[in-house]
Design a protein around this ligand. Sequence first.
Ligand code: NAD
Length: 264
Amino acid sequence: MNGLMKGKRGLIMGVANDHSIAWGIAQTLHAQGAEMAFTYQGEAFGRRVRPLAEKVGAKLVLPCDVEDSASVDSVFDALKAEWGTIDFIVHAIGFSDKNELKGLYADTTKENFIRTMVISCYSFTEVARKAAAMMNEGGSMITLTYAGSVRVMPNYNVMGVAKAGLEASVRYLANDFGPRNIRVNAISAGPVRTLAGAGISDARHMFSYQARNSPLRRTVSLEEVGGSALYLLSHLSGGVTGEIHYVDSGYHIVSMPTLDELKR
Ligand code: NAD
């Protein structure tokens, strides 16, 4: 099927470079006819994001640091001025101090706990509220989460707590906006080699372990995450909201390592 996103306009938040999950999603949406605006965090990322945005024909490429509500406001002011309404958003933003993505969760500081929550959890609620105000004929929003929200993953620590909050937000936002035909879902991606992923201590071991022990015996590609995002953002998933959709080669369904792993 082609042109699934034709005539739809949306905001992509969270591209840092061409390895970003948000970039994988943007490429898929572009191939299906979506018109997109992009945000970037700070000028160093801006230099990387602008040429990527250009490749998919985006005209609006805006700075946004979600710790600063004024910066979020100015993104939506610009979108309102340029487009008037929007149809979808992709929120692929997460951050925690990498010194606390190792060791004991119990050692998380209050400062980093709050910062992680604001950037990785609250920002989706703030962005969703502003986006919903611009969605007149329904719409679809997605955020990115990880299974460390529901099960303990080594070193994921406070990010797991933030993702648990983010997933609960998805359900509350889905209920808030459902009567206006605005759907809110999350993709729970398996490990992908990105800048954010590299901040988690020993991430490469988790990456190869999940590749060996998931039902599909591999990790997932940006294209596969992009395909699921396309489903959630297009009319194909018209009856789906409040869902945490796993795109993780099935890793979340297994309770034990494979026999090969046990015999290693
Ligand atoms: P990435 O580093 O490419 O993207 C993370 C993005 O968050 C960057 O663009 C960064 O600029 C942005 N960001 C961080 N703090 C910000 C702030 N204050 N204001 C605005 N933007 C800010 O890494 P990624 O892996 O593509 O991450 C995207 C999302 O996917 C994150 O929510 C991450 O937790 C989630 N996720 C990643 C994996 C993985 O294995 N890489 C797995 C599941 C979920």
